[in-house]
Ligand binder design. Structure first.
Ligand code: HEC
Ligand code: HEC
Ligand code: HEC
Ligand code: HEC
Ligand code: HEC
Ligand code: HEC
Ligand code: HEC
Ligand code: HEC
Ligand code: HEC
Length: 426
């Protein structure tokens, strides 16, 4: 009864909503039918109706969709059907902004907190401010006309919400948008910086994840460089940039014995070992004092780091060795017909210690790594014991089976002889 009434209530609310929506649509429809003509759009579309004309493009622009139009950006009077009157500087008409003027032209609204709050209170209003701190902004101020400004990244007259998959700054499209300039050798020739960022990034674990698997948990260019403050992350902020996603590695690094001395020496935190656009995926072989290990790039026999590297590698190797032994015992037991489902599960759980240990390499401390490898090994040794027990139990059962079969055969034989003898006597 109670729930029926609640359901009825929900249905009534839905009906209220539907009526409301119909009413609003009707008002909007009537409003636009009798509303003023936007002569900017009308005249410009009569003048040029090519697909690239502002008057055509604007229909898919978020500003137009939110009720803004030509005059909101360019100024002028949209109610006048005369070019001179409509585009009169007296009516605030500014025409086409120059390359240098564009950031302030867009930022006029986008940095106005009160204005933007009326449309979308959650939208950030720091784009202009951040932009002037970026290398793009700083060089634009000095008169450079090749650096990016708002329109280079967002387009113009068909500006889309960043959530729209067609937006050039939708996460998946960001690398291609930056590459338009940064991968163009000719365009970038007068600047002394490489043009391989996109090529390297798209081959990296990050780039493949975003561009091929379309997995947006991977970073795009702006995840590390910021949306509007594009600069190379400074030495001190690299681990913070990577740590946005690799938080455990960051926290361990910040407590590690590398943090302070590396900062003094100007070493580049995560990037010193992993590089940046073409990320190096390091493995267990990179830990320790073997020929491939990164640790011996800087540490020599006899110093604290060398010994630590050796011990960390030993912990990882011991854990992996135990996992292999446990694996082979469980495989043997399974092949012989034992039920090892639960032990296999236990082994899987205990083996997760290896993932954590690889994480903990970033403490660069044998004790911190050893803590988790020892705990895992203890659990794995129990699995090994129980696995061996079940193998032994299998053997015992087999031997028992052979013995019983033998006894049965013996009794049957004796019985047979006995019967033969009785029959002979008869
Ligand atoms: C009656 C026709 C007409 C009306 C109305 C009109 N325009 Fe224009 N507009 C033109 C013509 C013609 C040009 C010059 C075309 C060219 O040079 O390519 C022009 C040029 C422009 C330019 C480019 C200026 C530059 O510096 O290159 C902008 C921006 C512009 N109009 C915006 C507007 C806006 C905003 C409105 C409404 C407030 C508007 N127009 C109303 C006809 C019109
Ligand atoms: C969100 C702000 C914005 C709105 C809305 C807008 N414009 Fe523009 N418009 C610009 C900017 C910025 C430029 C300069 C682009 C550049 O230099 O690449 C520009 C350039 C122009 C130009 C000259 C260059 C060209 O593309 O031909 C014309 C003409 C123009 N706008 C007309 C219009 C008309 C007509 C409308 C309405 C249909 C309109 N604009 C709406 C921002 C806007
Ligand atoms: C170098 C490229 C680039 C330039 C230059 C640029 N933007 Fe952006 N913009 C982006 C990217 C990338 C995003 C966000 C993507 C995200 O958050 O997923 C963005 C997001 C935005 C948003 C959505 C809200 C937000 O901040 O996340 C607005 C509004 C915006 N930009 C306005 C501007 C204005 C205004 C300018 C010029 C002052 C500008 N942008 C310059 C790349 C750029
Ligand atoms: C007249 C004020 C005004 C000007 C000038 C202006 N914008 Fe906007 N912009 C807005 C408003 C209002 C919205 C809609 C906010 C909403 O509802 O999401 C918006 C939305 C956007 C968005 C979409 C943000 C999102 O939701 O993802 C981008 C990107 C953007 N503007 C970029 C620009 C760029 C680039 C320029 C300069 C060419 C510019 N704007 C000029 C007022 C303005
Ligand atoms: C319109 C072309 C253009 C676009 C688009 C563009 N950039 Fe740039 N960018 C430049 C130019 C030119 C420089 C100046 C090179 C310099 O700093 O000497 C630059 C500088 C930089 C720098 C500073 C490099 C340094 O060491 O000085 C970074 C970082 C950067 N851009 C990142 C980005 C990112 C990230 C994007 C995309 C979100 C992007 N850029 C989009 C043209 C562009
Ligand atoms: C995982 C983080 C990350 C991503 C993703 C990333 N960068 Fe970088 N980028 C860096 C770091 C860190 C540096 C600076 C290294 C240094 O200063 O030693 C850098 C440097 C740069 C520079 C300066 C010149 C150079 O090559 O050293 C430019 C330009 C640049 N990045 C553009 C881009 C572009 C374009 C993309 C996307 C295709 C991108 N970055 C993706 C982290 C990243
Ligand atoms: C926006 C999130 C994000 C940022 C920022 C980021 N990464 Fe990643 N990274 C990922 C994701 C997602 C993966 C793939 C999943 C995984 O293996 O953890 C990954 C994978 C990796 C891997 C390979 C992991 C493996 O299993 O071998 C390394 C190494 C790496 N990132 C280092 C870095 C470094 C160094 C930086 C900073 C210069 C950085 N990442 C910045 C999200 C990020
Ligand atoms: C002194 C060199 C060094 C530095 C500095 C370093 N790493 Fe590593 N990193 C390694 C090695 C070696 C491995 C491989 C560990 C293994 O597989 O046993 C690794 C593995 C990784 C992995 C994959 C394993 C995991 O933890 O998920 C990620 C992600 C990673 N590093 C991110 C980072 C980040 C982020 C930073 C900076 C905060 C960083 N690294 C700093 C050497 C380094
Ligand atoms: C780019 C050079 C570099 C690399 C690569 C490097 N280290 Fe270091 N490490 C240093 C410097 C510099 C110090 C501080 C000076 C010192 O104690 O030797 C240091 C200190 C240490 C310390 C503290 C030593 C003490 O006596 O307090 C440990 C532990 C350590 N490193 C372990 C490692 C391990 C493990 C690796 C490999 C995963 C590694 N390091 C890779 C440069 C490096």
């Amino acid at each position: 009864m109670q729930s029926n009434r609640i359901r009825l209530g929900i249905v009534m609310k839905k009906i209220d909503w539907i009526i409301g929506i119909i009413a609003i649509t009707a008002v909007l429809f009537v409003g636009s039918a009798f509303g003023k003509t936007d002569y900017c759009i009308q005249c410009h579309s009569e003048m040029d109706d090519s697909p690239k004309s502002p008057a055509v493009l604007i229909k898919s622009d978020i500003h137009y969709q939110r009720g803004l139009s030509c005059a909101d950006c360019h100024g002028g009077d949209a109610s006048k059907n005369d070019a001179e009157e409509a585009m009169s500087p007296k009516k605030g008409f500014v025409g086409k902004p120059s390359y240098r003027q564009i950031p302030n032209f867009c930022g006029r609204c986008h940095s106005d907190v009160e204005y933007m709050r009326k449309y979308e209170p959650k939208l950030r209003v720091d784009q202009l401010q951040l932009y002037w701190t970026s290398n793009h902004g700083k060089m634009l101020k000095k008169g450079d006309r090749r650096v990016a400004q708002c329109v280079s990244c967002h387009g113009v007259h068909n500006i889309k919400s960043i959530k729209n998959p067609q937006s050039p700054v939708n996460k998946i499209n960001v690398p291609a948008t930056c590459a338009k300039c940064h991968a163009d050798k000719k365009y970038m020739h007068k600047y002394n910086i490489p043009t391989d960022q996109y090529a390297k990034y798209s081959r990296s674990v990050h780039g493949k994840l975003l561009l091929e698997k379309r997995d947006t948990s991977a970073p795009a260019c702006n995840s590390c460089h910021g949306n509007h403050g594009a600069t190379p992350p400074g030495l001190a902020s690299i681990s913070a940039a990577c740590g946005e996603c690799h938080g455990i590695n960051r926290d361990l690094y910040n407590k590690s014995p590398h943090k302070e001395p590396w900062a003094e020496l100007g070493y580049r935190q995560c990037v010193q070992c992993h590089d940046y656009h073409l990320i190096k995926e390091l493995t267990d072989e990179d830990v320790g004092v073997g020929n491939n290990a990164v640790c011996i790039d800087c540490h020599d026999k006899g110093d604290g780091g060398y010994e630590a590297a050796f011990r960390i590698k030993a912990s990882l190797d011991s854990l992996k060795y135990d996992i292999r032994i446990a694996d082979s015992i469980l495989a043997k037991a399974k092949k012989s017909g034992a039920d090892v489902g639960e032990l296999t599960f236990e082994l899987g759980e205990a083996s997760k210690g290896l993932i954590e240990a690889r994480n903990r390499v970033h403490s660069f401390s044998p004790d911190v790594v050893g803590e988790v490898t020892s705990a895992s090994m203890q659990k794995i040794n129990i699995v090994i014991e129980l696995g061996n027990d079940s193998l032994k139990a299998l053997w015992h059962r087999k031997i028992g089976l052979i013995l019983t079969s033998f006894l049965i055969l013996l009794v049957a034989g004796l019985l047979y002889l006995k019967i033969r003898r009785v029959e002979k006597k008869k």
